[in-house]
Design a protein around this ligand. Sequence first.
Ligand code: ATP
Ligand code: MG
Length: 183
Amino acid sequence: MKFAHLRLSGFKSFVEPTELLIKDGLTGIVGPNGCGKSNLVEALTWVMGETSARNLRGGAMDDVIFAGTTSRPPRNAAEVTLGLDNRERKAPASYNDSADLDITRRIRRDTGSDYRINGKVVRARDVQLLFADLATGAHSTAIVSQGRVGALINAKPKERRHLLEEAAGISGLHSRRHEAELR
Ligand code: ATP
Ligand code: MG
């Protein structure tokens, strides 16, 4: 399953609506310090259901909303949409009637986040499970942030197993079992 595009609005430094087309062959994003490269990657993990503000270099989740500059007022909401190319029907069965999947997360100051898949309101859990089943997501091994390689080397066996399960695409099953046991 391929990422097709990423749309941002009011997210961190991307105050104006911005669309990044993720075409075959895209291998890197370059730019001067502070231009927003890391913010783009964080937008990707955020829309996939990241729940830790610290992992997004913030103190609270609404820190992802454009905070304003000397010349621009702050925003009250941020929205990110990740478009997935599902033409090969690799998505879990419940989403497979659609060739394109648009996953949207929106946050407003003080009211928190809501999520949609192709315009239909879903739970954060549904988005997190979708990406866990696709063996990707906010905590997957596909996204390696600074310092992570060193942390992996020093990880305990249990933490390392967690990463292997994520890579194997079975962590969605584990969290469903955990949910079932709680019921
Ligand atoms: P480097 O090459 O140093 O890693 P980078 O391209 O990864 O830089 P980012 O860290 O993505 O840059 O962007 C940092 C910029 O984003 C800073 O200028 C910071 O002020 C801005 N920024 C972060 N959060 C917000 C926010 N909530 N509102 C407005 N601007 C923000
Ligand atoms: Mg950076």
